[in-house]
Design a protein around this ligand. Structure first.
Ligand code: RB5
Length: 146
C-alpha cells in the first residue's frame, strides 16, 4: 500500500518512527512535511497529505501533530476523508475494521514510540469488515452532502 505522512512541528518527533514501522511492514512511504521544528499550521499539512489520497497517489495517510486533534479536525473537513484520532491500538484496529478510516491521526505529545508502533501495526494490518459497517460508513459519507 502507499502511505503518506504529514505532520506539523508538534508531530515531528514521531515521523521517523512511523516511517520506519510502515517500511518494516513492506509499505511505500511518502512524506509531505513539515521537515523541521519551525512552527507551522497543522491544517496545511493535513491538506497536503489528504490531497494525495484524493488524487489517488496514496491509499492512506498518517497525520501527526501534538495531540492528533488539529490534524483530525482538519482532515475530516475534506470530502472523501475519514480520519480517526487514536492513542491506543484497539481503537486503531476498530478505525479500520468498523469505520474504514483512510487517515490515522496521532499525537506525538500524547503517545510514545512503542505505542505508536503498535497503533501503526493494527491500523495497517486490519481490513474493513464491510457488511453492516458499510451501511454505517455510507451514512457518514452522506453527511458530506448536507
Ligand atoms: C502545535 O503547538 C499544536 O497545537 C498542534 O501540534 C496540535 O497539537 C493541535 O491540535
Amino acid at each position: 500500500m502507499r502511505y503518506v505522512i504529514g505532520n506539523d512541528h508538534g508531530g515531528l518527533d514521531l515521523v521517523e518512527v512511523v516511517k520506519d514501522e510502515l517500511e518494516k511492514l513492506g509499505h511505500e512511504v511518502d512524506h509531505v512535511g513539515a521537515f523541521d521544528n519551525k512552527s507551522v499550521d497543522y491544517s496545511d499539512f493535513a491538506k497536503k497529505a489528504c490531497d494525495k489520497i484524493i488524487e489517488e497517489k496514496a491509499d492512506f495517510a498518517i497525520l501527526i501533530c501534538g495531540t492528533g486533534l488539529g490534524m483530525s479536525l482538519s482532515a475530516n473537513k475534506i470530502k472523501g476523508i475519514r480520519a480517526a484520532c487514536v492513542s491506543e491500538s484497539y481503537s486503531a484496529r476498530m478505525s479500520r475494521a468498523h469505520n474504514d478510516a483512510n487517515v490515522l491521526c496521532i499525537g506525538a505529545r500524547v503517545i510514545g514510540s512503542e505505542t505508536c508502533r503498535m497503533i501503526i501495526d493494527e491500523f495497517v494490518k486490519t481490513k474493513f469488515e464491510g457488511g453492516r459497517h458499510q451501511r454505517r460508513v455510507d451514512k457518514i459519507m452522506e453527511l458530506e452532502r448536507i
